[in-house]
Design a protein around this ligand. Structure first.
Ligand code: GLV
Ligand code: MN
Ligand code: MN
Length: 398
């Protein structure tokens, strides 16, 4: 099998033209946006040209299938609302190149997937969650993006491409190449990370409701200011979490809506996302308790009501030893002494696919550790090293 780094890089740069935005190599290609749909149509064409059978399921997951039992490779091609050109795209295009080279060589059998909505416009890892049977499509359909569009409405954009459900039993395993999205490899001058496990995640929508009022006439001691509640919650939570976390535990308030969001109105309502991640399920539970208790305490103190939406949960997942072994051998061949085993703090579709089959992952460095930002980038030599390790693993698992 002879992979072609130039063909791979050319396809990767072409994928970036769908939704290219911002400075550098940024993209804006959220699930089912015009750019995402156009990218999916182009990818389907490239898969067909590679001799793969193109299928799209009702959720919008795009597959390029080899004949008979095959090893599945891929990632996602949707992006964050402000994303980089490699997050997800790298794994899809590298899989396409390995599958194409394998087809040309007469084997091994490699199939390709681009999952839909990994970045969570309608939840989180939505496409792989539905495909793995974890979330029924009818339930996912009810989810609405922040702009009010429901998944059911959004899916209509690819209705003409849908071929039907794709049977997971035809795949012998799944390997996902991804950028690290952190600083570990770049800081160490290493070229490949072979993932040991993917951390678990919890996320709850939280709302504080107080009393909307006039910002000039409402005395401070009479206010029930929902934003002040959030501010107090954040400070107290940071203090309390410090007692239970490790240096790799993370927590984020990333989405925030202040109502009515006007400079002369005491905010009557704030809604925000409370997310936390760790490799230990017990710690995730303990953190949940602290989040809920702290919010309730702050609400009582500030005269607010607090409510919690449904919690999104993903358990920590270990990578398959056999698939991982193939990646480790290939990494040592491609980058001798310049690779490591490491956990993933970012979420990946592999977490959901692990419900169906053995999975493994590998990383290439992110320059400066930047991702989920237009500035995200990786040296082209490292992108190619990742492709080579992926191909090396495919041959070893044949
Ligand atoms: C996926 O991009 C994540 O949030 O880790
Ligand atoms: Mn991402
Ligand atoms: Mn990703």
């Amino acid at each position: 099998m002879k992979i072609d780094p130039e063909r791979f890089l050319s396809d990767l740069h072409h994928l970036r033209t769908f939704g290219a935005a911002g400075v550098g190599k940024g993209v804006v290609r959220p699930a089912f946006s015009q750019a995402d749909v156009a990218a999916r149509r182009w990818l389907a064409g490239r898969m067909g040209e590679a001799g793969l059978r193109v299928e799209l399921d009702a959720m919008g997951n795009l597959f390029g299938l080899a004949e008979g039992p095959s090893l599945l490779m891929g990632s996602h091609s949707d992006s964050q609302p402000e994303g980089g050109w490699l997050d997800g795209a790298l794994g899809v295009i590298a899989a396409l190149e390995v599958a194409r080279a394998a087809k040309e060589a007469g084997g091994p059998a490699i199939s390709v997937v681009s999952f839909q909505d990994e970045e969570g416009r309608f939840g989180g890892l939505t496409g792989s969650s539905v495909w793995s049977g974890h979330t029924p499509l009818a339930k996912a359909d009810g989810a609405a993006a922040y702009d009010g569009v429901s998944l059911r409405e959004a899916r209509a954009a690819v209705a003409d491409m849908v071929t039907g459900e794709v049977d997971p039993s035809q795949f012998t395993g799944f390997i996902e190449l991804h950028i690290e999205q952190g600083l570990t490899l770049d800081a160490a001058g290493e070229r490949i990370g072979v993932v040991t496990e993917i951390v678990g995640t919890r996320e709850i929508p939280v709302t504080f409701v107080g009393q909307q009022n006039h910002a000039g006439t409402t005395q401070m001691h009479l206010r029930r200011d929902a934003f002040q509640g959030l501010s107090a919650f954040n400070g107290l939570l940071n203090d309390r979490l410090r007692n239970v976390v490790t240096p790799t535990t993370v927590w984020t308030i990333g989405h925030l809506e202040v109502h009515p969001n006007a400079s002369s109105i005491v905010p009557g309502r704030v809604s925000f996302s409370m997310q936390w991640r760790d490799g230990d399920a017990d710690r995730l539970r303990r953190m949940e308790q602290i989040v809920r208790e702290t919010a309730a305490e702050v609400a009582a103190e500030w005269g607010l009501e607090v409510s919690f939406g449904p919690m999104w949960e993903l358990e920590p997942v270990a990578m398959d030893v056999r698939l991982r072994g193939a990646l480790e051998e290939a990494a040592e061949e491609v980058a001798p002494g310049r690779w490591r085993k490491m956990p993933s703090g970012a979420l990946h579709d592999a977490t959901n696919v692990a419900r169906l089959m053995p999975v493994a992952m590998l990383f290439v460095p992110s320059i400066g550790g930047i991702s989920h930002d237009f500035a995200e980038d990786t040296e082209e030599a490292d992108l190619v090293a990742g492709l080579e390790v992926l191909a090396g693993a495919a041959l070893r698992l044949n």
